[in-house]
Design a protein around this ligand. Structure first.
Ligand SMILES: Nc1nc2c(ncn2[C@@H]2O[C@H](COP(=O)(O)OP(=O)(O)O)[C@@H](O)[C@H]2O)c(=O)[nH]1
Ligand SMILES: [Mg+2]
Length: 289
């Protein structure tokens, strides 16, 4: 497989392939001794009362998952109550803060728990973080293959590739195209489904992805940042289904918000890469004086 150089970070590289892609670098050989042993599932959810219980019940069946954290992102319905009844722990945003903020709230709640559970002076045993959308219902269990490479110490982040969903309309192609191009330009990674929200991250990948880009820019930004940290990213086919976004006004507004957030995440990272290149050029000039 020909290696592509990474324009933003020359020390990172990507290997293009079909379903399973990875971005390995020499700096990343993580031994399975440091790989996480358990999994915490984080489910950001807004107004998912009709689906959240099925999603939580299905998530419970994933081998290795010992915490299910639903982040109720200012729902107007009883998403939180239903999630708790189905067996999840629930953290609530009283006001809606967007998907990325909900993901971070869940991840930090788990990190805090791990720190308080560890003996004084001991490094906390960090779980892999498995992000699952609230609308997957009984297919949530099929995110299990995402955890395997991370638990085996073979990948730092895995991304689900979903089968074709019934109908995608209202500009989804534009958003996907923008995200794909931005990720390739800034990290060299050829993402098959750049906006896929089902992902499993090691502690190192989570740290590299912080702070998350706002709202719907989170996934594209996460891929760029994790690849550029020299960590290994793999795509994994998962048999998942979720709510189909149609073509009505609400759907169009959802797409517009996605486009805005993805564009912002890419522009921020483009500027960051430019700044880094300028710094590098200045340093080289100094050295060669
Ligand atoms: N729409 C929306 N969803 C949110 C928000 N915060 C968290 N979510 C959750 O993010 C996940 C993905 O949302 P979804 O509408 O299915 O997006 P799509 O799959 O990209 O069409 C779902 O679990 C939502 O409940 C928010 O502010 N707005
Ligand atoms: Mg969805």
């Amino acid at each position: 497989m020909p290696e592509k150089s990474n324009p933003a970070h020359p020390n990172a590289s990507t290997q293009g392939s079909s379903a399973s892609k990875s971005a390995p670098t020499s700096a990343t050989a993580q031994s399975s001794a440091t790989a996480p042993r358990a999994i915490a599932a984080i489910i950001p959810a807004m107004n998912e009362a009709d689906r959240i219980a099925a999603t939580v019940r299905s998530t419970k069946q994933i081998p290795g998952v010992d915490i299910i954290m639903v982040v109720d992102d200012g729902s107007a319905d009883d998403t939180g109550v239903r999630a708790r009844r189905a067996g999840a722990e629930v953290v609530t945003h009283r006001k809606n803060k967007g998907k990325a903020a909900a993901m971070m709230t869940g991840a930090f709640a788990i990190r805090n728990r791990e720190i308080s559970d560890s003996d004084p002076g001991q490094h906390p045993d960090h779980r892999a973080l498995l992000f699952i959308d609230g609308d997957l219902e009984d297919s949530a269990l099929n995110t299990a293959p995402l955890a395997e490479p991370v638990l085996a110490g073979e990948a730092d982040m895995t991304i689900a590739i979903l089968p074709a969903q019934k109908r995608k309309g209202g500009g989804f192609g534009f958003v996907v195209g923008l995200a794909k191009k931005g990720i390739a330009e800034l990290s060299g990674f050829e993402a098959t489904q750049p906006l896929s929200g089902m992902r499993c991250l090691s502690r190192e990948a989570f740290d590299a992805a912080l702070p998350f880009a706002a709202g719907w820019g989170v996934e594209a930004a996460m891929t760029i940042d994790v690849v550029n940290a020299g960590l290994r990213v793999e795509e994994v086919e998962c048999d998942l289904h979720h709510r189909v976004t149609g073509k009505d006004l609400k759907a169009q507004m959802h797409r517009a918000a996605q486009y805005r957030d993805v564009a912002r995440a890419i522009v921020v990272r483009r500027l960051r890469a430019k700044k880094q290149r300028a710094q590098l050029a200045r340093a080289e000039k100094e050295v060669s004086k």
